[in-house]
Ligand binder design. Structure first.
Ligand code: 5GP
Ligand code: ZN
Length: 114
C-alpha cells in the first residue's frame, strides 16, 4: 500500500535489519529498541490491524511466533524472557497502521526493564 512505511520496508524501499523472512511474513528490528533485539513481525500482505485478519492469514503470521521467539532467545543467553505485544487501533497505542507484533526480549539486568 502506498505511504505505508512497513510496506516500503517489505518491498525493500526502506532499509531494515531483517531477522526472518518467508513468503508470508517479515521480521525486522524495531528502529526504537525497547531492549536490545526488539523485533517486529509483520504480514507481507497489508492489513491495518487484527480486525482485518482472516483465519488463514492469522495462522500464517501468529503461528510463526514460537519459533521466532526461540530464535531471538537463542541469540543471547542473558535473555530470560520475552514480551509479545500487538497494539490494535490508535486508542490501543498503535502508531503504524500495518499490523505488527512486537517481540521484546527481557534480560537479567533490571536496567533493561522498561
Ligand atoms: P506501534 O506503536 O504501532 O505498536 O509500534 C510501531 C513500531 O514501529 C514502533 O515501536 C516504532 O519504533 C517502529 N517503527 C516506526 N517506524 C519504523 C521504521 O521506519 N523502521 C523500523 N524498523 N521500525 C519502525
Ligand atoms: Zn503496509
Amino acid at each position: 500500500m502506498e505511504d505505508c512505511i512497513f510496506c516500503k520496508i517489505i518491498n525493500g524501499d526502506i532499509p531494515s535489519y531483517k531477522v526472518y523472512e518467508d513468503d508470508d511474513v517479515l521480521a525486522f528490528l524495531d528502529i526504537t529498541q525497547v531492549t536490545p533485539g526488539h523485533t517486529l513481525l509483520v504480514p507481507k500482505k497489508h492489513v491495518a490491524d487484527i480486525f482485518e485478519y482472516d483465519a488463514d492469514l492469522a495462522t500464517k503470521v501468529f503461528a510463526k511466533l514460537p519459533e521466532l521467539a526461540r530464535a531471538i532467545k537463542a541469540i543471547n543467553s542473558d535473555i530470560k524472557g520475552l514480551n509479545i505485544v500487538n497494539n490494535n487501533g490508535q486508542i490501543a497505542y498503535q502508531s503504524v497502521f500495518h499490523s505488527h507484533i512486537h517481540l521484546i526480549p527481557r534480560y537479567t539486568s533490571e536496567d533493561d526493564i522498561s
